[in-house]
Design a protein around this ligand. Structure first.
Ligand code: AMP
Length: 528
C-alpha cells in the first residue's frame, strides 16, 4: 500500500517531527509525527471503507482536535463537507441531499438530529469517539463498510480533485455549492503562511468554527503546513480566551471583528495575562474591522493587527495587510490572488474609483457546482466577480466599500436573506416578508425582517421568530421584526433590499424607526 500523505501537512526535515503540532485544552499535546500518523491512519480507514476522490463525506462535528484530524483525513482522500453543528433538521436535510453525501461523520454521543436525518436519507453514519487523552489519540471511527479486498494503492486527491465542499449564502434562497480543489487549498495555505511569515516556532490559537473557510485554512491548515502548532479549542469564548492565552502562550490568533471586540472588552479584567502575552500579531478577516478596534488591539497586545479580505470562493485569503505595513480601514495588498476593480463592462476603473472587485488566482474556485446561471453572471475571461465593491489606491491596496450581493454579514457569519423570505412566504398569516441587513454596533450587521401581515391576521415578532427558528439555525433568527402596511419600493417599483434599512430609518438604533409601522426588537442578546 502506498503511504498516504496529507498534502496540507508539512514534510518536516527528520528530527523535527517531534515538534508539537496539535494542542487542546485539557489534552496532551501531540507531535507532527503523531498528527501525520493519525491523519494517515484515518484516511486509510476511509479508503478501506470504499471512499475515493469525489466521494462526499459530511462532517457534523464540534470544534476540537477530532474535527481537525477528520477534516485533514477526509480532504486527503475524498471530499470533506463540514456542516454547522447548529443546523436544524430542515437545513441538514437540504445540505445532505444537495451534497450527495456518501457518509456522515459525527460524534458518538449527541448529534441525534444529524444522525436521524442522515439515516432517513439512507446516508450511512460513522460515529466518532471524542477522546480525552492526547490531542491525536487514535480516533475510533466506526466505519460502516468492511475493507474491500485487495486494496493495494491509495491514490489520494490529485491537485484538481475537490477536497472541500462548502455552501455559500448567495443571492438565491438556495445556497450555492463551492467546490475547492486540493490545489486551491494548497495555494491559499501558501498565501496565508507567506503573508504572516508563519514558521515552526509559531503557536496559533484556533477559535473560529472549523466548518468555515477562515477557520479551516487560516487557523488550521496554514500554521500546521508551516510546521508550527495549533491550539484546537472548542470555539470562541471571550472568558476562556484569556485562560487559553495564559496556558498556551500563542504567538498569534485570527478572528472576526465581533470576537476581537469581545476580547478587547475583557482585556482590562485580565491585565496579568495580557502583560505576559507573547502575541507576534493578531489577524482579522471575514468582516470589516473598525480602525478603533484595530488600534485598541494593537495598544492592548503591543503587536501588529493585520486585516485580511477573504471569501469561501477564494479558499479564504484574497488580500491582506502586511505585518510591517498596515493601513487601517483597508484590506491590504494582493497576496497571491490577482485583484482588479472594474465597471459594469468589466473594464478597469481608475485608481481611487469604486467598482466591482474581481479576482483570479490558483486559490480561486472554478465555478459553483450547481448554479450555471450564477457562473455565467460571476465569471468573465477567467475573472470571478466577488460581489464586493471597493477601490484600489496608488499602492494597489484595496479598500472594501460595499457589495452588490444580497448577503447579510452578521459578525462574519453570512446569511442569505432569501432563505428567510422563502420560509416566511409559506406562512399564511404573512402577505409579504423581506429579510434585510441593519447596522449593528458590534456585529457590523444584523438580520432584520419586514412583515406585511395578511389581511385580517395579526401576528407578533415572537410568532415570526418561532416560524423561522423552527427550521433555521439560531444565528439566522432576527431580533428585529418590523411590521408594515406596505414594504417601501424603489423608483422602479422593485424592493430594494440593500436600501431597506435606510428607507425604514433603521440605520441608527432600532428605536429610531421613522416608518409607519412598529419595530419589535428583542433586547435579549444571543451569543454567536
Ligand atoms: P465568506 O465566504 O463567509 O468568507 O464571506 C466572504 C465575504 O465576507 C466577502 O465576500 C466580503 O463580503 C466579506 N469580507 C471578508 N473579509 C472582509 C473584510 N476584511 N472586510 C469586509 N468584508 C469582508
Amino acid at each position: 500500500m502506498t503511504s498516504l500523505v496529507c498534502p496540507f501537512l508539512p514534510s518536516l526535515p527528520s528530527g523535527t517531527g517531534r515538534k508539537t503540532a496539535l494542542l487542546s485544552p485539557g489534552r496532551q499535546a501531540c507531535s507532527h509525527q503523531s498528527l501525520t500518523a493519525a491523519v494517515s491512519g484515518t484516511a486509510a480507514r476511509l479508503v478501506a471503507a470504499g471512499l475515493k476522490p469525489g466521494d462526499v463525506v459530511a462532517l457534523s462535528m464540534p470544534n476540537g482536535p477530532e474535527m481537525a484530524i477528520l477534516f485533514l483525513a477526509v480532504a486527503t482522500v475524498a471530499t470533506a463537507a463540514p456542516l454547522n453543528p447548529a443546523y436544524r433538521e430542515a437545513e441538514l436535510d437540504f445540505y445532505l441531499d444537495d451534497l450527495g453525501a456518501k457518509l456522515l461523520l459525527c460524534p458518538k454521543s449527541g448529534f441525534e438530529t444529524a444522525k436521524s436525518v442522515a439515516r432517513a436519507r439512507g446516508v450511512p453514519v460513522a460515529e466518532v469517539e471524542l477522546g480525552s487523552g492526547g490531542a491525536c489519540d487514535a480516533l475510533i471511527v466506526d466505519l460502516p463498510a468492511a475493507a474491500p479486498e485487495g486494496i493495494v494503492e491509495i491514490a489520494g486527491n490529485r491537485s484538481s480533485d475537490i477536497a472541500l465542499l462548502l455552501h455559500t449564502s448567495g443571492t438565491t434562497a438556495r445556497p450555492k455549492l463551492v467546490g475547492l480543489t486540493r490545489g486551491n487549498i494548497e495555494a491559499s495555505i501558501r498565501n496565508v503562511a507567506g503573508t504572516l511569515h508563519l514558521g515552526q516556532d509559531d503557536v496559533g490559537l484556533s477559535i473560529l468554527p472549523l466548518f468555515h473557510i477562515h477557520g479551516l485554512v487560516a487557523t488550521l491548515c496554514a500554521p500546521l503546513h508551516a510546521g508550527g502548532a495549533v491550539v484546537c479549542t472548542e470555539g470562541f469564548d471571550a472568558m476562556k480566551f484569556f485562560r487559553w492565552l495564559g496556558d498556551f502562550s500563542p504567538t498569534w490568533y485570527s478572528a472576526v471583528p465581533s470576537m476581537h471586540q469581545a476580547i478587547l472588552q475583557r482585556a482590562k479584567r485580565n491585565p496579568e495575562i495580557v502583560a505576559k502575552a507573547r502575541l507576534r500579531f493578531v489577524r482579522s478577516s471575514s468582516a470589516a474591522l473598525a480602525p478603533a478596534t484595530l488600534e485598541g488591539l494593537e495598544t492592548t497586545f503591543g503587536c501588529p493587527v493585520v486585516e485580511a479580505y477573504g471569501m469561501t470562493e477564494a479558499a479564504h485569503q484574497i488580500t491582506s495587510n502586511r505585518l510591517d505595513h498596515r493601513l487601517p480601514g483597508s484590506v491590504g495588498e494582493m497576496t497571491g490572488a490577482r485583484v482588479r476593480v472594474v465597471n459594469a463592462a468589466w473594464n478597469d476603473v481608475p485608481t481611487g474609483t469604486v467598482g466591482a472587485i474581481v479576482i483570479q488566482g490558483d486559490n480561486v474556485h472554478g465555478g459553483y457546482l450547481n448554479a450555471p446561471s450564477a457562473n455565467e453572471a460571476s465569471f468573465r475571461d477567467g475573472w470571478f466577480d466577488t460581489g464586493d465593491q471597493g477601490f484600489l489606491d496608488d499602492l494597489r491596496r484595496l479598500t472594501i466599500t460595499g457589495r452588490t450581493k444580497e448577503i447579510i454579514n452578521r459578525g462574519g457569519e453570512k446569511i442569505a436573506p432569501l432563505e428567510l423570505d422563502a420560509v416566511l412566504a409559506r406562512d399564511e398569516r404573512i402577505a409579504e416578508a423581506i429579510a434585510f441587513a441593519i447596522p449593528h454596533r458590534s456585529l457590523g450587521e444584523d438580520v432584520a425582517v419586514a412583515i406585511v401581515p395578511a389581511e385580517g391576521r395579526t401576528l407578533h415578532a415572537e410568532d415570526v421568530r418561532s416560524v423561522l427558528g423552527n427550521v433555521l439555525a439560531p444565528h439566522k433568527v432576527p431580533r428585529t421584526v418590523v411590521f408594515l402596511d406596505v414594504i417601501p419600493k424603489g423608483p422602479t417599483g422593485k424592493i430594494q433590499r440593500l436600501k431597506l434599512a435606510e428607507l425604514l430609518g433603521l440605520t441608527g438604533e432600532a428605536s429610531a424607526l421613522k416608518a409607519s409601522g412598529s419595530v419589535d426588537a428583542d433586547p435579549a442578546k444571543r451569543s454567536r
